[in-house]
Ligand binder design. Structure first.
Ligand SMILES: Cc1cc2nc3c(=O)[nH]c(=O)nc-3n(C[C@H](O)[C@H](O)[C@H](O)COP(=O)(O)OP(=O)(O)OC[C@H]3O[C@@H](n4cnc5c(N)ncnc54)[C@H](O)[C@@H]3O)c2cc1C
Length: 507
C-alpha cells in the first residue's frame, strides 16, 4: 500500500491521544520484587490502570497497604489509548457554568439511552459518586478542554452538558493518577510490581480468596497474600481468540489496550464467579479499516452525523439493501440497525455527481484524498455500472440495482421509502462508487457479576469472600446496557477504584 496511506492510517488509527502514548510514561515503583512483602497486604490489586491507580491512592489515604501488580511494564492500562471522555452530574464545574444537573437525571438518561438495559444497582453506584470523582480530579489539577462540559455527539446525547475530556484524552487522566500515587509509593504504603502476570488466585477450602500467584517476565513465580484481592484487569477486546469465543464474532480492530486480554475474567470465573452481559453486545456504525486482515487499524471514520453533514450517499448491506434512514438523527438508531446486518458491514454507495458535489464523506480526507483512495485502498471500489460495482464490492447485484431504483424514485418524488429527508441528488451518473465499513468495538460487553459492594458473586448470588472486581471487567453492558453512553466506562472505573479504596475494602 502507498506509504502516504500508511502514514494517514497510522495518524487516524491512533488519533492525537494515542500518538502521544509513544512518549515514555513516568517511571513508577519498580522495587526489587524479592524485597516486596509476600503477606500482610490490605489489598492486592491485579491491574494498575484506570481502576487500580485511584484504588491505591484512596486506600493509602486511609492508611491501607496496597500491592498493585501489572503485567505491563508501565502503569496506566487503557488510559494510554483511551479517548478519556468522562461523564458526571452535579460537578463543581457544572455549577460554576450555571448548569443545574443531578445524578438522578444522569441515571434517567442512562435508562432512556439504554432502553432500560443497564444494571440499575451498579449504574446508580457509578453515577451517584461520579461528581466526587470528577471534582477530585479537578482539585488535583485536571483541566478539561475549553467550553466543557458538553452534551456530546459521538454517542446518543445526554439531556444536560455533563461530558468532559482533556487535551490529551486518557493520558491527561493517567498522568494525574501517576503523579498522585507517587507519594504513597514513596511512603511505602503502595508497592507497584510491573511485568507481573497474575495467573492464579489463592483460595481457601471455603472458597475465600486470600491472595494471588504471579509470574514475572523472567518466569519467576511469586505468591502474595492479603485481606482482599481486587481484579481490575480491564476487558478482553485485545485478544482476538477470547473475543471470538465470548462474542462469537471476530475482533476487527486493533485499538484496545494490548493487555486487555480477558485474564481477570478467567481468574474470576475459575474462582466461582459468573459472567453476564453478553446480550448487551454493541458495536459502532462502521469504520473504514486498513485491510481485511483483522484485527486491522483504523483508516478513517465516516461523516455519519446528519446534524453536521446530511448524507448524500446511501448505505446498503451485503444484500444491497438499505436498512436505516441514513439521516435518522439518533446515533443509537443507526448503530442498532447495523448490528443486525450480515457481518456488521455496510457500504456507502454514491455516484460521480455526488463525489463531485458533496462535502467529503470521510473525516479528515479531502475529496482529492478520496479520489486517490479509490486507486489504493481495497475497501474503495469504483465501476461503470451498478452491477460491476456490486461484483467488485461483494454486494448482491440485484439488491443494489433495486435499491438504487427505489432511492432515485424517492429523490424524484420526495417520498423516500424509509422516510429520508435529505436526498439532494439521485445515484445515476457513472462511475459508481462504494466504500466498505465494518461495525467494530474496542470494549468488552460481558463481564463478571458483582454485588453492590463490588464483590464477585457466584451463580447463586452469594459473594466470594475476599474477591472484588471493578472497571471494564464488569462488562461495558453493566453500565451502558445495549447502547453507548458517553463517558460511562472511564468515570465508573475511576469511581469504583476510588470507592473501593476510600470506603469499601477493609483496611
Ligand atoms: C481506543 C479506546 C477509546 C476509549 N474511549 C473511551 C472514552 O472516551 N470514554 C470512556 O468512558 N471509555 C472509553 N474507553 C474504555 C475505557 O477507557 C476503559 O473501559 C477503561 O479505561 C478500563 O479501565 P480498567 O481499569 O478496567 O482497565 P485498564 O485501565 O486497562 O487497566 C487494567 C490493567 O490490568 C493489567 N492486567 C491485565 N491482565 C493482567 C494480569 N493477568 N496480571 C496483571 N495485570 C494485568 C493491564 O496491563 C492494565 O494495566 C475507550 C477504550 C479504548 C480502547
Amino acid at each position: 500500500m502507498d506509504t502516504r496511506w500508511s502514514r494517514r492510517t497510522l495518524v487516524q488509527a491512533m488519533g492525537a491521544t494515542a500518538l502521544a502514548a509513544a512518549a515514555a510514561p513516568p517511571a513508577l515503583g519498580a522495587p526489587d520484587p524479592r524485597r516486596v512483602p509476600r503477606a500482610g497486604w490490605d489489598a492486592i490489586v491485579v491491574g494498575a490502570g484506570t481502576t487500580g491507580l485511584p484504588l491505591a491512592i484512596f486506600a493509602a489515604r486511609r492508611g491501607g497497604k496496597v500491592l498493585l501488580l501489572d503485567i505491563a511494564g508501565e502503569t496506566g492500562g487503557t488510559l494510554h489509548v483511551s479517548t478519556g471522555q468522562m461523564s458526571a452530574a452535579g460537578t463543581a464545574l457544572q455549577r460554576a457554568r450555571g448548569i443545574a444537573d443531578t445524578p438522578q437525571e444522569h441515571y434517567d438518561d442512562l435508562q432512556r439511552i439504554s432502553r432500560g438495559t443497564i444494571d440499575p444497582a451498579i449504574s446508580r453506584l457509578a453515577v451517584f459518586n461520579a461528581a466526587d470523582t470528577f471534582d477530585w480530579l479537578v482539585s488535583r489539577g485536571f483541566q478539561t478542554l475549553p467550553g466543557h462540559p458538553v452534551s456530546g455527539e459521538a454517542h446518543e446525547p445526554y439531556s444536560k452538558p455533563r461530558y468532559y475530556w482533556a487535551s490529551q484524552g486518557g493520558r491527561s487522566i493517567m498522568q494525574l493518577l501517576q503523579r498522585e500515587v507517587q507519594a504513597p509509593v514513596e511512603r511505602g504504603q503502595v508497592s507497584i510490581l510491573l511485568k507481573h502476570d497474575v495467573f492464579e488466585l489463592l483460595q481457601a477450602r471455603d472458597g475465600a480468596v486470600r491472595g494471588v500467584r504471579a509470574r514475572d517476565d523472567a518466569g519467576a513465580t511469586r505468591e502474595f497474600t492479603g485481606r482482599s484481592v481486587v481484579l481490575a484487569t480491564g476487558g478482553y477486546a485485545a485478544d482476538p481468540a477470547t473475543y471470538q469465543r465470548i462474542t462469537g464474532r471476530p475482533q476487527y480492530i486493533d485499538m484496545p489496550y494490548r493487555h486487555s486480554r480477558g485474564r481477570g475474567l478467567e481468574l474470576g470465573l475459575a474462582a466461582g464467579g459468573r459472567m453476564r452481559g453478553l446480550e448487551n453486545y454493541m458495536a459502532n456504525y462502521g469504520l473504514v479499516l486498513t485491510s481485511d486482515d483483522h484485527p486491522a487499524s483504523l483508516f478513517a471514520r465516516p461523516q455519519d452525523f446528519p446534524q453536521k453533514r446530511p448524507p448524500w450517499e446511501i448505505h446498503v448491506n451485503a444484500e444491497g439493501r438499505r436498512f436505516v434512514r441514513e439521516d435518522v438523527p439518533s446515533v443509537d438508531a443507526r448503530e442498532q440497525s447495523l448490528l443486525y446486518q450480515t457481518g456488521g458491514r455496510r457500504w456507502i454507495v454514491f455516484d460521480q455527481a455526488i463525489l463531485d458535489a458533496a462535502p467529503p464523506v470521510l473525516q479528515g480526507l479531502s475529496t482529492e484524498d478520496l479520489r486517490e483512495a479509490f486507486d489504493a485502498h481495497p475497501w474503495f471500489k469504483r465501476a461503470d455500472s451498478l452491477a460491476g460495482l456490486a461484483r467488485a464490492a461483494g454486494i448482491d447485484a440485484k439488491g443494489l440495482q433495486d435499491t438504487v431504483t427505489m432511492y432515485n424514485y424517492g429523490v424524484r418524488t420526495g417520498q423516500d421509502p424509509l422516510g429520508r429527508q435529505h436526498h439532494p441528488l439521485p445515484i445515476a451518473k457513472p462511475p459508481f462508487h462504494s466504500i466498505k465499513t465494518q461495525a467494530t468495538t474496542v470494549t468488552s460487553a460481558a463481564g463478571l457479576a458483582v454485588d453492590e459492594s463490588l464483590r464477585v458473586v457466584r451463580e447463586d448470588g452469594s459473594a466470594i469472600p475476599g474477591l472484588y472486581a471493578a472497571g471494564e471487567l464488569l462488562g461495558a453492558g453493566a453500565l451502558q446496557g445495549k447502547a453507548y453512553s458517553g463517558g460511562m466506562m472511564v468515570t465508573p472505573s475511576l469511581t469504583f477504584g476510588r470507592l473501593l479504596g476510600s470506603r469499601i475494602l477493609p483496611v
